[in-house]
Design a binder for this molecule. Structure first.
Ligand code: PMV
Length: 346
């Protein structure tokens, strides 16, 4: 009988996809490989308290002190799906406390950082329960696979720097089951790359990513999209090594606008960009041309812009953001983030 109780805490970052995952198959497997950069300041801290289960006990999930029942249901379903591999889960009652280091309603995707930090807690708990300890690469690979089952993009958040998820012939260790890190091969220019998250609107997303992925199932352009993503994936791997910033920006923006194009011509159709999103895109492109600064944008499935640029250009880009972009942001708000070093056990 289970008599173990205790507490485990992990911090894990949000990530921004450079090559997008959009469309899934089977058991939460991606239709194409994706690449992301993990952030430094946009972090979720999750504490998992566990104690022997008594009759009637139920899992509870608190986000910044408040019970969050819809996320709680998602976690219960996710834990149920892990019951075979983590057979010890049924012996515990869990209380989960989660908080973000980034401000509320900023439109920063938090499911990746939330699910990856919790997946890391579960993998640490497994080591406690079974009295074993995996080597570092096995541990994070497992955490990535578990995180993937909670939220696809979370698979990439268990690593710092740059990560790839999804099978590809051009990256031998890549897999649909889990993400892999390839930060060792990344050009120094990208190691401290900046990401200014420009908040256009903090309204709740009009389309959940679950619905978004489903839109690809019968999408007339699905085949072409998956071919394009594979091509962009291969090129981005090369660019991250070579440091070719012009090529980087071309693919970065192509990926973001392809994602939004696919949503616009899906049935049903969604336009997730706002007028100010387009205004910002115009201004970013004009500034790049006139000032010859290598800055580029990307978007997730929402209206906010991630403006990416080398740290060495920060002195030029920040005044541009302040004077030309801030007037188009919700409450003038943006968050300055950058490539980060990945999760940490607390
Ligand atoms: O992990 P999900 O199911 O929330 O999907 C994420 C989808 C995008 O953020 C739009 C792209 C990506 O690769 O992160």
């Amino acid at each position: 009988n289970n008599t173990i109780s205790g507490s485990i805490c992990w911090e894990s970052p949000s990530n921004i996809a450079l090559v997008k995952y959009w469309g899934k198959k089977g058991n939460q497997l991606p239709c194409n490989p994706s690449i992301s950069m993990s952030l430094k300041n946009s972090i979720t801290r999750t504490k998992l308290d566990y104690e022997p289960k008594k009759a009637g006990d139920q899992l509870s999930f608190l986000f910044e002190g408040k019970r969050e029942t819809s996320f709680e249901k998602r976690i219960v379903k996710w834990f149920d799906s892990l019951a075979k591999e983590f057979d010890f889960l049924s012996g515990f009652t869990f209380s989960i406390y989660s908080e973000n280091t980034f401000p509320h309603s900023t439109g920063i995707a938090s499911s990746a950082s939330a699910m990856s930090s919790l997946a890391l807690c579960l993998c640490s708990l497994e080591e406690v329960v079974r009295g074993v300890s995996l080597n570092e690469s096995e541990f994070f690979q497992k955490a990535s696979r578990i995180a993937r089952l909670g939220s696809g993009s979370a698979s990439r958040s268990v690593y710092g720097g740059f990560a790839a998820w999804g099978e590809s012939k051009v990256l031998s260790k890549s897999s649909d089951e889990f993400a892999v890190s390839f930060s060792d091969h990344v050009n120094p220019i990208f190691q401290d790359f900046q990401d200014a998250i420009l908040l256009v609107s903090s309204e709740k997303k009009e389309v959940s990513s679950t619905v978004g992925h489903q839109l690809m199932e019968n999408h007339p352009y699905a085949k072409a999209r998956f071919a394009q993503a594979n091509d962009n994936f291969e090129k981005t791997l090369g660019i991250l090594k070579s440091g070719d910033l012009n090529a980087f920006i071309e693919i970065l923006e192509n990926e973001a606008l392809s994602l939004h194009g696919l949503m616009m011509n899906s049935t049903p159709s969604f336009t997730l960009m706002k007028p100010n999103t387009l205004e910002l895109i115009d201004r970013i492109r004009a500034f790049r041309k006139t000032h010859n600064v290598p800055l580029g944008f990307t978007l997730d499935a929402g209206p906010n812009i991630h403006l990416l640029f080398p740290k060495s250009d920060k002195k030029k880009v920040l005044p541009f953001i302040e004077s030309e972009l801030v007037p188009f942001l919700e409450n003038g708000k943006y968050i300055l983030d950058e490539a980060g070093s990945g999760p940490q056990k607390i």
